[in-house]
Design a protein around this ligand. Structure first.
Ligand code: CTP
Ligand code: MG
Length: 247
């Protein structure tokens, strides 16, 4: 069945603090994007890999071209597009370059560079079993609370006040690749394209846009190796994973 993987790699990597787009940051002697692309190709679930890179970034385009040559003529089609100013805009840009006739799309963060093949497979299997939307998820280890800015009598005590505690056994930390029926994902992103800035800022994954359509989103088991490399600590963990028994 015709599947495409969208790899979003157009972020600036502010929190990692390397002063360069995160996709270019070295990890185990290669870039984060190279690791991510290798993982996608190794999973062998797609006829097309569509990568969103920072607009005008020729180095990352070149890196994708090298990867295309490494895969050879029998590999999936590699398409590169300029990303947008938000993750969702980058996804939309990539969706615009997905081949006609595509049935399913997996959207993957380049920052989850060490995602194991089995996670791609779980998502792909659920899609081929009829799901319109599938996400990989893992249990949450911390207790998660809601807070609000403190005002009134409490303002002098602490900056925030707890407004509630979520039941942890019902919570999941959500990862990528997130898999969708292509038409459903296009509909979800068309709705999001009209959001104002505040609404757009609240969009942190693709599945939440599909949830807004009322389409059921299914969850399969994710993996701790799929961590999103966000902070310097995450990069240390990723380096450790590459060296250690889990790599
Ligand atoms: N992303 C993207 N386009 C954007 C913003 C993010 O393609 N405008 C991608 C990133 O490249 C990353 C994924 O979305 O692979 C998850 O985003 P995040 O971890 O937040 O990466 P950055 O936005 O680069 O990091 P930061 O928020 O710290 O700047
Ligand atoms: Mg970001």
């Amino acid at each position: 069945e015709a599947t495409a993987v969208v790899v979003v790699a157009a972020g600036s990597g502010e929190r990692l603090g390397y002063g360069m787009p995160k996709a270019k940051v070295p990890l185990g002697g290669e870039t984060i994007l190279t690791h991510a692309l290798r993982g996608v190709a190794a999973a062998d679930v797609a006829r097309q890999i569509c990568v969103a890179v920072p607009a005008g970034d020729l180095e990352l385009r070149e890196l994708c071209e090298e990867f295309r040559q490494e895969l050879g003529v029998d590999g999936p089609l590699i398409t590169v597009v300029d990303g947008g100013s938000t993750r969702a805009a980058s996804v939309r840009a990539a969706l615009g370059a997905v081949l006609e006739g595509t049935r399913a799309v997996l959207v993957h963060d380049a920052a989850r560079a060490l995602t194991p093949e089995r996670v791609f497979h779980r998502v792909a299997v659920a899609l081929s079993s009829g799901a319109k939307a599938v996400i990989p998820a893992i249990p949450v280890v911390d207790t998660v609370k809601m807070v609000a800015e403190t005002d009134g009598d409490d303002a002098g005590i602490a900056p925030e006040i707890v407004t509630g505690t979520a039941p942890r056994e019902q919570l999941r930390a959500v990862q990528t690749p997130q898999g969708f029926d292509f038409e459903t994902l296009l509909r979800a992103h068309a709705a999001a394209a009209t959001f104002d800035d505040e609404q757009a800022a609240a969009v942190t994954d693709d599945a939440m846009l599909v949830e807004l359509l009322g389409v059921p989103v299914h969850a399969v088991r994710g993996a701790s190796q799929s961590l999103k490399i966000t902070t310097p600590l995450d990069l240390i963990i990723a380096e450790g994973l590459l060296e250690g028994p889990l790599g």
